[in-house]
Write a protein that binds this ligand. Sequence first.
Ligand SMILES: C[S@@+](CC[C@H](N)C(=O)[O-])C[C@H]1O[C@@H](n2cnc3c(N)ncnc32)[C@H](O)[C@@H]1O
Length: 209
Amino acid sequence: MAYFALFQSCIIKRPFNLFHRKNLYLRFSEVERNFGNKVTWDKPFDMHFRKFIEQANQAVFSNGKGNKCFNCDIFDVEGHFDLVYIDTPYISGKGMGTDYLGFYHFLEGLVNYDNWQQMIDVKTKHKRLKGNTTTWTDKKLIYSAFDKLFNKFKDSILVVSYRADGIPTIEELINLLKKYKQDVREIERKKYKYALSTNHSEEALIIGK
Ligand SMILES: C[S@@+](CC[C@H](N)C(=O)[O-])C[C@H]1O[C@@H](n2cnc3c(N)ncnc32)[C@H](O)[C@@H]1O
């Protein structure tokens, strides 16, 4: 929970929503500043930290059942489940994958503090983290990744959420699900917008029974 609160505080305070060494000068120069999340940026860490701890505490409740949480690759999860909800990283219509390692670069280092040095690809200009291409970020591999995932959990009810403007398309996901499930339907579609972004998008929810 401490990591959660610290990381959320770091994320919310980033100027221009980016972890970028080039933005460090903003912190130190005596100039008038103005950017989208400036008010949040001005608030000290401990204020954000306490707010996020509060949020985390509110998310902890008992549903009266035994619950398990795994931190591993989805293909390493074992067991049988009534329902599997799938919310994979998203590849845009232009083929751009969601590079979580890149987005959260600094936090990945912080949480892997002892290995941080070895994780950095020093040959790259922006000191990228090594190994940031996965089956879920490559438009050539994502189809077979979904296929393998649906196959793995084919005995469960499958619920998939995905952006309506992505690769694969919702229609392609529905067809792929039909390989394993008899009754496949899109049950919900919702418009939304990320904070500080001007792009509107839609998220679709598909169920396969
Ligand atoms: C769109 S997010 C899901 C967000 C989540 N539903 C939530 O509300 O917080 C996709 C998640 O998949 C995780 N992920 C990426 N590759 C994975 C893999 N091979 N196995 C398990 N999880 C993976 C990412 O770390 C990321 O947290």
